[in-house]
Design a protein around this ligand. Structure first.
Ligand code: WQD
Length: 337
């Protein structure tokens, strides 16, 4: 059985479906702080299999001990955490508490139970503000622009030290670039909680008429069209990346992988791609740069391809279509609630 923390969240729910569909037994631990219990039913509906669900906090050591006692857990995928970059600047203690202390509680419980295989949800932000794209796994971590990013780098270091102390550990550090899209079934996606900060949900809410217009933050960056460049990947491809990365845990060590497509696309190109794929206008206006944004970064994706045989299979059009389907599903769900 695989223990998946944060399994009802945006990324975790897609990983749960992927693992179940591949025949794995899955236990989810989630405090539902940024998700909803109904996600469990939706995961089960898509996969046509049941999951075990624990409603609880990853810092609850006694709950963790009982999960490891009650089940034969082979590996843990650790997605639970806080992820709002701007919020982390305002409330850094919450980020170090949940993301760093939460990881310490989880690893301690694993160590006590003799479970030493872990995949960790990390982020491209650990490469730091001075790294030159494409980001390659051999680059050192840099200085992150937010407590959120720092917390991810701290957990990476903690996991490296854990392996140094006990070489039986197998740790997979997965550095996500910009996951977007939703499951093609339309049953799971990123749950809208207030006004979105991230580009893709913002674009789709403007297209749906929920928000009046998109502000494009900055048109004077040193990029082809002056807007920021990122490496957007489909959340289903990201989930597949986790399933295949489980195989590297058979080998003790610290294994680092970028999960990105390997190419960058600008904010303006994203808006144009959405309009071209969906045929709905997205009114936008240029606004000043957003604090903390980097001009451009994307992944070197060759290590994951070489070692894991992982290559994103979804197109930019899939990302747009699946985002839009999910937008309409969640609109309907909100209207009927
Ligand atoms: C993308 C681009 C914005 C909104 C962050 C975190 C990262 C990861 C994903 C995870 C930027 C521009 C956005 C808008 C805009 N976090 N933009 N108008 O900042 O690359 O990455 O989210 O959990 O760690 O740093 O993603 O989607 O917020 O922004 O112009 O209304 O879109 O300036 O250039 P980002 P994003």
């Amino acid at each position: 059985m695989i223990l998946l923390t944060g399994g009802t969240g945006y990324i975790g729910s897609h990983i749960a479906v992927e693992l179940l569909q591949a025949g794995n037994e899955v236990a989810i631990l989630d405090d539902l702080s940024n998700s909803d219990k109904s996600v469990i039913e939706r995961i089960q509906h898509i996969a046509q299999r049941n999951v075990i669900f624990y409603h609880g906090d990853v810092r609850d050591s006694s709950l963790l001990a009982s999960i490891f006692q009650d089940h034969h857990i082979e590996s843990v995928i650790h997605c639970a955490g806080l992820k709002a970059v701007g919020h982390s600047v305002k409330d850094p203690l919450a980020y170090y508490d949940v993301n760093v202390y939460g990881s310490i509680c989880l690893c301690s419980a694993m160590q006590k139970a003799g479970v030493k295989r872990l995949l960790f949800s990390s982020s491209a932000t650990v490469y730091g503000i001075e790294a030159e794209p494409p980001y390659v796994e051999t680059m050192a971590r840099g200085v992150s622009s937010s407590p959120y990013g720092t917390s991810k780098g701290m957990v990476e270091k903690l996991l490296e030290d854990l392996f140094a102390s006990d070489p039986q550990w197998s740790v997979g550090i997965l550095r996500y670039f910009n996951p977007i899209g939703a499951h093609p079934s339309g049953y799971i996606g990123e749950l809208p909680q207030g006004t979105p900060n991230n580009l893709m949900p913002y674009i789709s809410q403007v297209a749906a008429g929920v928000l009046p217009e998109l502000l494009i933050y900055g048109d004077d960056y040193a990029t082809d069209d002056g807007t920021c460049v990122r490496d957007y990947l489909h959340v289903v491809d990201l989930a597949i990346g986790h399933r295949v990365a489980l195989t590297v845990l058979e080998e003790p060590g610290v294994h680092r992988y970028n999960l990105g497509t390997g190419s960058g696309i600008s904010v303006k190109q994203m808006v144009d791609a959405f309009v071209a794929s969906i045929g709905v206008e997205v009114p936008y206006r240029y606004a000043p740069r957003r604090e903390g944004d980097l001009a451009a970064f994307w992944a070197s994706a060759s290590k994951a391809e070489r070692d894991l045989g992982w290559q994103p299979g979804k197109t930019l059009e899939d990302m747009m279509v699946d985002t839009w389907r999910w937008q309409q599903f969640s609109n309907k769900a909100q209207q009927s609630s």
